[in-house]
Ligand binder design. Structure first.
Ligand code: DAH
Length: 340
């Protein structure tokens, strides 16, 4: 055992350290020279074979070499650590100026859009928006609206009943009955909302759909007020050229009653696919509030009169947006809905 062994260890160790270029190699070098089974460690162990007097001097040289290797290793590992860290920082760098991934916005449902548009038209005419429950009493849905017990609408086949007195409202008209029993004239309201009927689903029917009810009650309200109001409404909805056409009809809660057609907004009356060639589209039912209804709701028909109307929001939405199948409005396919 002599100095040349130490010299050779030193040269190899320092060479390997200088050649190394990652932390794991540094660790391998440390283990191979300084670890429990490392070269230098085994030299230290074999010192017992040296003559006693040579041991201290040789021991000192081994220790010095150990320190030299250790400090070379730690220098190199510091340098490598810096290089590795800056490489990592470069890799992990966040560009705070980069535009964020776009968050997809929801969109308004076509029925909500039409509902809001109609509300705005009627608010501009001095109406208020009123609300009522979708789970309704037979009393408001039928009784107060002068719908007799044997009326076909009361048939279990047509309405969703919970029990003989409670059902899902079949129209928005019960809101007018509720409003009249709790408010004194003058009354000017529109009541938009969901209504339910036992209908099979097809392109023009759905068991749930939307209506908007209108009601005006005051002294001296005449049929001409109804016609004037609906005419202004039609022109605001489909443009100033739009005409209204009243056809006699029957509703238990109005007398006289009418159904109202508007000139088709697609062909302006010429006749097209939407209006089935007639030039007209049927949008609502209306009439003068039946005096029986006023009386049952606590309003004196000798003092007050009123008009009412009910229109289908789904139909108006389909016509407005050219939707040919009602089911599209209820399937909640976002590819369809995001177009509006
Ligand atoms: N409630 C009727 C329906 O669902 C629509 C209606 C017609 C409402 C005439 C009215 C009205 O207020 O006067 O078919």
């Amino acid at each position: 055992m002599n100095d040349s062994i130490l010299q050779s260890i030193k040269e190899r160790a320092l060479h390997q350290v200088s050649e190394s270029n990652d932390s794991s190699t540094i660790e391998k070098i440390r283990v191979s020279f300084l670890g429990k089974k490392g070269e230098l460690t085994s030299i230290l162990r074999s010192m017992k074979d040296l003559p006693k007097e040579e041991r201290p001097a040789f021991g000192q040289k081994v220790n010095m070499l150990r320190e030299t290797i250790e400090s070379a290793l730690s220098e190199k590992s510091k340098t490598l650590h810096k290089i590795e860290q800056s490489a990592r920082l470069r890799f992990e760098k966040i560009d705070v100026t980069e535009p964020a991934a776009a968050v997809p916005f929801g969109s308004m449902h076509p029925i909500s859009l039409v509902q809001e548009e109609l509300e705005e038209i009627f608010i501009s005419l001095g109406f208020n928006v009123a609300d009522g429950p979708e789970i309704e009493l037979d009393h408001y849905n039928f009784e107060l609206l002068n719908i007799p017990k044997d009326h076909p609408a009361r048939d279990m086949q047509d309405s969703f009943y919970f029990n003989p007195n409670v059902l899902l409202r079949t129209h928005t008209s019960p809101v007018q009955a509720r409003h009249m029993t709790s408010h004194k004239p003058p009354i000017r309201i529109v009541c938009p909302g969901r209504v339910y009927r036992c209908d099979e689903v097809d392109a023009t029917h759905s068991p749930v759909f939307h209506q908007m009810e209108g009601l005006v009650v005051d002294k001296g309200i005449k049929m001409s007020d109804l016609k004037g109001t609906l005419d202004v409404f039609a022109k605001k909805l489909y443009g100033p050229e739009t005409k209204t056409r009243f056809r006699p009809s029957y509703f238990p809660f109005t007398e006289p009653s009418a159904e109202v057609d508007l000139t088709c907004s697609m062909c302006h009356g010429k006749g097209c696919r939407v209006c089935k060639g007639t030039g007209w589209i049927e949008v609502l039912g209306c009439g003068m509030v039946n005096p029986n209804v006023l009386t049952m709701c606590g309003i004196d028909p000798n003092e007050y009169s009123g008009f009412a109307f009910g229109l289908g929001l789904d139909r108006i939405a389909c016509i407005k947006y050219g939707v040919s199948d009602l089911r599209l409005l209820y399937e909640n396919d976002t590819r369809f809905l995001s177009q509006f």
